[in-house]
Design a protein around this ligand. Sequence first.
Ligand SMILES: *Cc1c(COP(=O)(O)O)cnc(C)c1O
Length: 404
Amino acid sequence: MTTPVYLDHAATTPVRDEVLAAMTPYFGAQFGNPSSVHRWGREARVALDEARERLAGCLGAHPDEVCFTSGGTEADNLAVLGVFRARRSEGRPAVVTTPIEHKAVLAAAHQAAHEGGEERLAAVLPDGTVSREAFARVIDARVAVASVMWVNNETGVMQDIPALGAMAREAGAVFHTDAVQAFGKVAIDLAALPIDLLSLSGHKLGAPKGVGALYIRRQTPLAPLFHGGSQDRGRRPGTENVAFAVGLATAAELTRAEHAQEAARLAALRDRLEGALRAQVPDAVIHGAAAPRAPHIVNVSIPGTSSEALLMALDLRGIAASAGSACQSGSVSASHVLAAMGVPTPLALGALRLSLGALSTEAGVDRAAEVLATLARKARGLPASGMAAGDAPAACAFVPAGGG
Ligand SMILES: *Cc1c(COP(=O)(O)O)cnc(C)c1O
């Protein structure tokens, strides 16, 4: 039995041992509510405050600028809808975003439009970067908030956040970036960047699912999504998840400390994987390869194959990847990200996302490339011991890449 190969780190990562160890006391003796005045409460308060300070330290932020959330989705919703609702009465009813954002941002912008706001999208170029001209056209004095993701979760394409943030702020817009896939891959110093809001998700960096954070620069107008107590300065009412806050801070510190070394390791693995694919499947198309990219994502289409069939065949061989297409009510549709880049639908329907991280090794990427090459030859009817014709699943049974 060959070792399984997990190439889906953009979907989620395992909880690190250090993170689990740091969280454990808060499921046990240190169970207090941080709002209680007694010693149990005070202990929990100290742990929460320390977690906030440590996470702020990782970002170049002040501790009071860190708001813990239930994950990246909540952070994105709080950023987009929170600013829209706080600023619409200022004569700023517009929300600017791009067609390649995570669904959490796109759906929040859509909700703003549903509430009487105006949704504006800045187009991306074929390489996956946001067009500066298109962005300039949609930014004006009616924009409450502009949201552009730092690293795309399907292609790894990186945006020029300092430049776009400066453009947005010049027009008086609040600037938000979804940095869920960027943290640990890109250096982030918020003291020096034109960013007002930044989203993080724990489970993409070795903390549990169900925790994240929104960085909120001081003075940023923001209406809360929830209504209740005064926790987190009223920005996010509800008894704080002390254990997960400690876990997120611990994961963020470890990730940040390892950033340079790990980014270089992943870039070398990514180049090795792409080199092997290009050599063995010469017509493979790597999406976003012409743009600056984070080192952990490879989005590849092999003409004549479908991502569903490839995913199933890879899974049978112990290799976990993700589709670059979305599965909606039983039928497969092309990824909104690839569509926005102008990738033809038949090619987009074959897209696979292979994402690297802590579990990735040279042996793993070599095996993935070799298996993909075999499957590609087989799909073309060339001799290979790969996927049989009957392997192709008819049903759509995969988690969409957009969910990662
Ligand atoms: C995973 C992801 C999210 C959502 O984060 P959750 O914690 O899973 O809600 C948002 N944006 C991007 C870019 C992601 O990759």
